[in-house]
Design a protein. Structure first.
Length: 95
């Protein structure tokens, strides 16, 4: 099965699953899924396009959730500069 055939045949089903998983980001999820699947598609090896696309979408959705969680946590900021002493009197820095 070629990639184009698989897309035509399964795009509506993928969109249905994507809407259940990521309601507002469903179109983005399907587009990212198709892009990832297209990059690694092998017409001869991928005889059942549905399973390949569905599995790719599950992994893509999982990655989207991980990225969203990372963004929500934010970036850790060190409280003390590396060159400042951690114990001792407070020193005022010249401006």
């Amino acid at each position: 099965m070629t990639f184009e055939e698989a897309c035509r045949k399964h795009r509506v089903a993928l969109l249905g699953h994507a809407r259940r998983w990521a309601a507002h980001d469903a179109e983005d999820l399907v587009q990212e899924t198709l892009l990832r699947a297209w990059r690694s598609w092998d017409d001869e090896a991928d005889t059942n396009g549905w399973w390949r696309l569905y599995t790719t979408m599950r992994w893509t959705y999982s990655r989207m959730l991980q990225n969203a969680a990372r963004q929500k946590r934010g970036t850790l900021v060190p409280l003390i500069e590396a060159d400042e002493p951690t114990i001792g009197p407070v020193q005022e820095h010249a401006a």
